[in-house]
Design a protein around this ligand. Sequence first.
Ligand code: GDP
Length: 285
Amino acid sequence: MAASGQWRGMGRLAEMAPALGRWPRFYSTSSTFAEVLRLPQKQLTRVVYPLRELAQHLVTDTGSGLIEQRLFDPSLEDIARAESVFEATARNRIEYLSSAVRLDHAPSLRQPEVCFIGRSNVGKSSLIKALFSLAPDVEVRISKKPGHTKKMNFFKVGKYFTLVDMPGYGYRAPEDFVDMVETYLKERKNLKRTFLLVDSVVGITKLDNIAIEMCEEFALPYVMVLTKIDKSSKGYLLKQVLQIQKFVNTQTQGCFPQLFPISAVTYSGVHLLKCFIADVTGSLK
Ligand code: GDP
């Protein structure tokens, strides 16, 4: 696998196939990869490789633009292997560790770390819950009202890595949010990758831009995750993906060029993201 592989450049962005149908919701409500593997081919592609599925709807000669973005393109076997990293067992304890409002209150750990940032209501808790679906004892709170996560929450994933749920920015964000996040991003030594969540329905907002600028300023390697892809028609989603892809290619330096579209409702893209996290944290060695 080559999460850190060379960016091979992108072809011309394609024109959109007009009037694509809605993104069906029925294909999987199961988070278990073994069950996903039993899906018919088309549905399986949709759940496991949503970007590939979308790319199929691009005009053929120019559609390769998106397809070439597949820098991280693990096999189903690789993805199945990564699932075990996220599966809680007696030997692989996945648990909430602690919360902190300041970096000096954060647990001091040697393990690689990944963090998730995004504006309130982007679907961060839902995604983290989906990532931990094979660890049902881990409690990830999902807000009814936006803006409830006000601390950095640390979760231990076995011997492999720590996952940090950062406070959502925006509506009713804590006053010291920028200080907290900024200090963490700037100074956390074991931080391997930052996952910046963007709502695929809304696109990149001004608040997202602040987070992007922060990642760029600190020269962090970060990854853009597009949430709630089940909410839009395929045509709309494709338009959003192409727009965000263009932004990433032209306006960013540190952002991984491949986008990760996901849905915490259908689990589409979640298995691939798990595999990516396992890869960047060296969990698959
Ligand atoms: P957070 O504030 O970023 O942690 O966002 P939450 O995870 O609490 O989600 C905010 C709202 O969006 C909730 O009502 C969720 O049910 C909804 N939501 C989150 N992820 C998805 C998704 O993938 N699809 C859909 N349709 N709704 C989602």
